[in-house]
Write a protein that binds this ligand. Structure first.
Ligand code: F6R
Length: 343
């Protein structure tokens, strides 16, 4: 329908250098200017009424949907679902708005669920840097600058996803400009922290991290797991409180917990019940012979906490790749698998 953003990346950004990209995470948050026509379309959809928002996407392209859902959970009156599959959920109908995101524009699961959304006549917004998705002419497209790994584009993608969801929900739009400064200030102090990124990365050499988050930090735990997988080429897990208190807590008896390092992602905004759960779980894990660590997200708001902690954890994944002498950018196995499936 309309071509929106052909913005180039700032020249200081080096797409083939993941440390450079993670360092520029704050700048990438305010790089993309969404054209007002896209936001107007989202506002129109809000006025017409919608029963829900369904994100379609895989891997690094889909996580922004989880961030938006967790962040806005207290304000939203409609559900957000994030679908990572070939199929569109059957509850999604033409009263829903579908946001399909594929950085490459060629991911087959996303294209398949998108074609189902087209068939049922959902209102659709697309976000991509190219590929088949960019050739779609029926729907508004947010054009992402190309050349990045999708996971490194999270700040760009999220800076567009959040205002769109806010517009769809009739909420006030977040200003990302100030966040750049907030995140840069925080990252300038990392080396004075009790555990700087490199030190934490060192502890992941011997032990597999298990990132545990709650509420708005639950998707941050998932992102951290994915970043360790893709950037550091290492195993990592994630879970969520309170749920993991009802199952995972039993898992460390047989193994004596020896190879797992629980990393509790703590919020300064935790409600009392969650705060107590984290504290008690931490104590019990210590007693079970584990050596858990607490990482406190710093920020005045949930959004600041989510982004600042993501930035910090992303850097840990790059430091770990360096310690393993691995290139954090290349994802040879993902590429190979996509290639074999396309034959
Ligand atoms: C690679 C990455 C992957 C991709 C996923 C889907 O950096 O993050 O998780 O995001 O394979 O591909 P796209 O994002 O192109 O639809």
């Amino acid at each position: 329908m309309e071509r929106t953003n052909t913005m180039k990346l700032p020249s200081s950004i080096k797409p083939d250098n993941m440390k450079n990209l993670v360092t520029h995470f704050p700048q990438l948050l305010s790089t993309l200017q969404i054209e007002s026509s896209i936001l107007n379309t989202a506002r129109e959809f809000h006025k017409e009424g919608l029963n829900g928002i369904c994100f379609l996407g895989m891997g690094g392209s889909s996580i922004a949907g989880n961030y938006a859902r967790a962040l806005l959970s207290k304000e939203l009156k409609i559900p957000i679902s994030v679908t990572r599959d070939y199929l569109l959920p059957t509850y999604v109908d033409d009263k829903w708005v579908v946001i399909a995101i594929s950085y490459s524009g060629n991911t087959e699961e996303t294209l398949s669920s998108l074609s189902m959304a087209n068939e049922i006549g959902s209102r659709i917004i697309l976000m991509t840097s190219g590929g088949k998705m960019a050739q779609e002419s029926k729907h508004p497209i947010i054009h992402l600058p190309d050349g990045l790994q999708p996971r490194a584009a999270l700040p760009l993608i999220f800076s567009a996803v959040l205002p769109i969801v806010e517009s769809l929900a009739g909420l006030k739009i977040t200003n990302f400009q100030y966040l750049e400064e907030v995140l840069i200030k925080k990252s300038n102090t990392w080396n004075e922290w009790l555990f700087p990124p490199k030190e934490i990365a060192e502890s992941f050499i011997e032990k597999t991290p298990l990132f545990i988050g709650s509420r708005h930090l639950a998707p941050v735990a998932y992102r951290a797991k994915c970043q360790i997988n893709e950037n550091s080429k290492a195993l990592a897990f994630h879970s969520e409180l309170p749920e993991s208190n009802h199952n995972e807590i039993e898992s460390f008896v047989k193994t004596n917990g020896c190879s797992v390092l629980p990393v509790f992602l703590r919020s300064g905004l935790e409600p009392t019940k969650i705060n107590r759960r984290f504290d008690v779980t931490y104590d019990m894990y210590l007693e079970m012979g584990l050596s858990p660590i607490n990482l406190l997200a710093s920020g005045d708001t949930r959004l600041e906490e989510m982004l600042a902690l993501t930035h910090f954890l992303d850097m840990i994944s790059v430091e770990l790749a360096e310690l393993f002498s691995i290139d954090p950018v290349s994802v040879e196995r993902i590429k190979e698998l996509k290639h074999r499936l396309s034959r």
